[in-house]
Design a protein around this ligand. Structure first.
Ligand code: BG6
Length: 486
């Protein structure tokens, strides 16, 4: 695929651009990974001059780069790439000025990155097409969410699709840019050790936890009414689930990987109203303390009562041969005791305990815990014999096989997920971007849950900020004789 020569960033004065996109582009620039000819045009509604916009970016870099990356001369050479063009996507003004600024570059490869409210995706794609900024070499990247349910996501996809063919649409799920998430592919498919056991014969259940300590973070207008199911499960958690549970793709090409993910997503069992209580729990945090700091409850932060869930726990099933009957417990929440994303694979017990008669009545089944963040490590719990002469019977004990990836690769800089995604976007590799049919399959499953919730009028249960969610979430898994790994 050809490389983009101009990157146009809509939403360039926004929070994501400041915190993630510009620092990531700067890091790529610093590492010599951007072609000298690459120009970046920021765009937003504010009528800023180029210099004023550059100062904004300069300030954002100062605030959000890690210490070791700050370099004033480097920042100035990065800023030279940057221009600004105000576009009011809502009223449709500014596209002609943008076209004029592009000049000769109009017919060369352009990458348009939308970091705007999703309601603007369709209008921007169409505004660009009308101004001829959607040539055959142009591509477009979009942040989540794509719609708020299946019907609206189809609409957005269709609007964008009118101007950009699917092989030029890059839907971002920033979890796919995380090194640790990509490493799940390596773990599963670059080792012989795990894959033969990766199925219902050997695995009892799987847990996926994405716990955050943050609360609303001033995102009231976006978050309230959306909630954890749509904010985290619809995208990040389902992508994690798909990567963990999909069949082996034949290669890491975009088509091969995404074909397998979409098959898996379509095999998720839809929720029925009668299963809501046994398969799901919604929560909302009340005031409490996180990391020793007192924090307000969600409704207090919001200033009014709300039915939005800030926590969700689900028991999901994948209806295919590999995963028949294996529960996948998913949970995510704001204001949890610690920031922790992990996948836990609980294996079944051995078929027959040969040690039972000689003193070891119980063998703990193997567990594999894959920590994704903040630390990246993999731990497998295995049974070992305790040293001794065994006069009173064999004593066995669980020990850990530990792999710390941050130690194994200590010399490597930990990159921002967006560095990888922006570079792949510029170079035209879609492997780590979500295809239209994937997003739609994700929504289909989420819609089934939301409809089932609506049918029984499920309200969120309270949990104290700084706890692991409502007690019903603990009961959800303990009913099955298992427990969450905290
Ligand atoms: C975003 C959600 O997509 O992901 C946020 O909208 C959430 O609510 C964030 O905080 C979590 O991302 P990370 O990379 O901090 O795990």
């Amino acid at each position: 695929s050809v490389k983009v020569e101009t990157l146009i960033l809509f939403g360039a004065t926004g929070d994501l651009a400041h915190r993630m996109l510009f620092p990531s582009l700067y890091n790529l620039h610093m590492d010599g990974l951007l072609a000298d000819t690459l120009t970046i045009i920021g765009s937003g509604r504010s009528p800023l001059e180029r210099a004023a916009f550059q100062s904004q970016v300069r300030e954002a870099l100062g605030e959000h780069l890690t210490e070791d990356r700050i370099d004033a001369a480097m920042a100035e050479s990065f800023l030279e790439r940057i221009d600004y063009c105000p576009v009011d996507a809502g009223s449709g003004t500014g596209y002609d000025e943008l076209a004029a600024m592009l000049g000769d570059r109009m017919t060369r490869p352009i990458g348009v990155y939308l970091s705007t409210p999703p309601s603007m995706f369709g209008p921007i794609a169409q505004g660009l097409a009308a101004a001829n900024i959607a040539c055959a070499e142009c591509r477009i990247a979009m942040e989540k969410p794509i719609g708020h349910d299946l019907a609206s996501s189809r609409e957005v996809n269709a609007q964008v699709g009118d101007a950009f063919a699917e092989d030029r649409v890059f839907r971002i799920d920033h979890y796919l840019g995380k090194e640790t998430v990509q490493n799940l592919l390596a773990l599963r498919f670059a080792n012989m050790l795990f894959e033969p056991l990766w199925n219902a014969q050997a695995i009892d259940h799987v847990q996926i936890t994405v716990a955050e300590t943050v609360g609303l973070e001033g995102r009231v207008s976006y978050y309230d009414g959306v909630g954890a199911l749509r904010d985290m499960v619809q995208n990040h958690m389902l992508q994690l689930l798909a990567i963990i549970a999909m069949e082996p793709p034949a290669s890491v090409s975009a088509t091969a990987v995404r074909d397998e993910k979409v098959k898996l997503l379509r095999s998720l069992r839809k929720m029925r109203a009668e299963d809501v209580k046994s398969l799901s729990v919604k929560g909302q945090y009340t005031s409490g303390a996180v990391g020793g700091q007192a924090v307000a409850g969600y409704a207090d932060e919001l200033g009014k009562p709300s039915n939005t869930e800030t926590f969700v726990a689900l028991k999901a099933f994948i209806d295919n041969w590999r995963w028949k009957g294996v529960p996948f417990y998913l949970r995510t929440g704001k204001r949890m005791p610690q920031r922790q994303s992990e996948v836990l694979i609980q294996f079944k017990p051995v078929p027959h305990n040969i040690f039972a008669r000689v003193g070891a009545p119980r063998l703990d089944p193997n567990v594999m815990i894959i920590n994704l963040q903040p630390e990246e490590n993999i731990r497998v719990k295995v049974m070992a014999k305790q040293p001794g002469l065994d006069r009173d019977g064999v004593r066995l004990k669980e020990v850990n096989l530990d792999v710390s990836l941050s130690h194994s690769f200590a010399g490597e800089r930990r990159r921002i997920a967006y560095e990888r995604l922006l570079l792949d976007f510029i170079e035209g590799d879609q492997t780590l971007f979500v295809r239209r049919d994937e997003v739609e399959a994700q929504w289909e499953w989420i819609d089934s849950i939301r409809n089932a919730w609506a049918a029984v009028d499920l309200a969120p249960q309270n949990y104290t900020a700084g706890s692991w969610g409502p007690s019903a979430a603990i009961a959800l898994i303990e009913r099955d004789g298992a427990s969450w790994h905290d």
